[in-house]
Design a protein around this ligand. Structure first.
Ligand SMILES: C[S@@+](CC[C@H](N)C(=O)[O-])C[C@H]1O[C@@H](n2cnc3c(N)ncnc32)[C@H](O)[C@@H]1O
Length: 201
């Protein structure tokens, strides 16, 4: 196992944000833009928001944005990015598997590359949070690497989707290759859009 992978997750990500990690492209993906075009602006929450690129995009389209990330360094970069773009946002350091944001609900919850990092226990707590945070009629958009045999738990499997579908309705799901600015190959990955039906429960 590489030395970096032995460090606590928060520290691992903070170290990555000392530079510009490969996922930090500064560009919002068409999947998010498609969601933005299809639903009225409301309250959005970005889980594992990184340096805030998607928070800026959402704010530009009239959304009230909240971002949370484990890495303090990314939170500081995201706050600066939002400030420079002229938007106010609530962006804080926190673990998405913890009991954050009590009593708050969001019309859109975005996760690009956070859920697939979590342990099985963390995923279960994340789903409980998602069920509490996503408002009735709300949209959950997730991008995740698929599980590879050479990784202990990184990546998603069919069981993860089944667990989401126990309380969300799948709108669409699409295989995707990882997009890297250098054009290099990455993990096989997947996009999925879910809705929390008003009458689902
Ligand atoms: C692959 S990066 C993607 C960042 C951002 N969504 C983007 O697309 O640029 C994953 C992010 O999730 C954050 N993260 C990982 N585990 C987390 C957790 N348990 N709670 C909150 N954030 C977490 C990392 O610090 C990192 O910023």
């Amino acid at each position: 196992m590489k030395l970096l992978q032995r460090l606590p997750r928060g520290l691992q990500f903070n170290l990555r944000y000392l530079g510009t990690p490969p996922w930090d492209t500064g560009i919002s993906p068409p999947e998010l833009l498609g969601v933005i075009e299809s639903v009225p602006a409301g309250r959005a929450l970005d889980l594992g928001c990184g340096t805030g690129t998607n928070l800026v995009t959402l704010a530009e389209h009239g959304w009230a944005v909240t971002g949370v990330d484990l890495a303090l360094l990314s939170v500081l970069k995201a706050r600066r990015k939002l400030r420079r773009a002229g938007y106010s946002a609530r962006i804080f350091q926190g673990d998405v598997t913890h009991a954050l944001l009590p009593g708050q609900q969001f019309d859109l919850i975005l996760d690009m590359g956070c859920f697939h990092n979590l342990s099985p226990e963390g995923r279960s707590r994340y789903r409980s949070n998602l069920a509490r945070w996503l408002a009735p009629g709300g949209t959950y958009l997730v991008y995740a690497h698929r599980k590879r045999p050479d990784r202990a738990f990184h990546g998603v499997e069919e069981g993860d989707f089944e667990a989401f579908e126990s309380f969300l309705r799948l709108a669409w799901r699409r295989d995707a290759g990882e997009r890297r600015p250098d054009g290099g190959g990455g993990f096989p990955s997947v996009w999925a859009r879910f809705t929390r039906e008003e009458t689902f429960f």
